[in-house]
Design a protein around this ligand. Structure first.
Ligand SMILES: [Zn+2]
Length: 221
């Protein structure tokens, strides 16, 4: 089996274990040469095996391997790979606290160092668009084409994160929900203090944090 597909399947299962998706929700993909491996439509990540994951041509969108139907969000995944040549993995989840917090009108903001390091100073938010539609794919494409975008909140729906490796996209997905959990908890007891621009700039200068980013970008397994 393809090593890339093997890692993608293990990561998809970890998303369930970590509560970022439930049932047959969410979808994941990874680039291997000209092909995108993507989770099959209608399967739980816990049930889908390597044979169930279709391979789709990134250029044409045609299924080039496998018998199963690709995830219904296939257009959204293809749009990211076509716009961002350095991206090799896309993860779409339905994390409950992120959905709740952002549906209530809050934006995710960096409140602690990990969130800033993994997601950057600003996570773009897209207002709700009907799931699985070409309109959603086009809107995601519009936002994700900016080189610095690491993840997007899809209001009333979920999140999408990208990475130069599967692990990087996965860590960013985890960081987004963790940030939402922390922000939500802080809002219960007061007005959250955000990291300031100066504090974020200091994080940028820290050797250890720079090292961590470098490490993330290189992570393949
Ligand atoms: Zn979804």
């Amino acid at each position: 089996m393809s090593q890339v597909l093997d890692e993608l399947i293990r990561t998809a299962q970890a998303l369930v274990t970590n509560g970022l998706v439930r049932g047959a929700g969410g979808n994941v993909s990874a680039r291997e040469d000209d092909t995108m491996w993507i989770s099959p439509s209608g399967f739980s990540f816990l049930d889908a095996t390597a044979d169930d994951y279709p391979g789709v041509s990134i250029q044409s969108g045609e299924i080039v391997r496998g018998q199963r139907r690709p995830s219904s969000e296939v257009l959204m995944h293809l749009a990211v790979y076509r716009r961002r040549p350095e991206v090799t993995a896309v993860i779409h989840t339905h994390p409950p606290i992120t959905i709740a917090l952002t549906a209530a009108g809050h934006d995710l903001r960096p409140m602690y160092p990990d969130c800033y390091v993994y997601l950057g100073p600003h996570v773009p938010h897209l207002d709700y668009i009907t799931v699985t539609t070409p309109e959603l794919a086009a809107a995601v494409e519009q936002v994700v084409q900016a080189p610095g975008v690491r993840g997007i909140v899809l209001r009333n729906h979920g999140t999408l994160t990208v990475g130069a490796s599967i692990k990087e996209a996965y860590f960013r997905a985890l960081a987004m929900e963790e940030q939402a959990v922390i922000q939500h908890a802080a809002l219960q007891v007061g007005v959250p203090r955000l990291l300031t621009r100066a504090e974020c700039a200091h994080l940028d200068m820290l050797g250890s944090e720079a090292y961590r980013r470098e490490l993330l970008a290189r992570m393949k397994g």
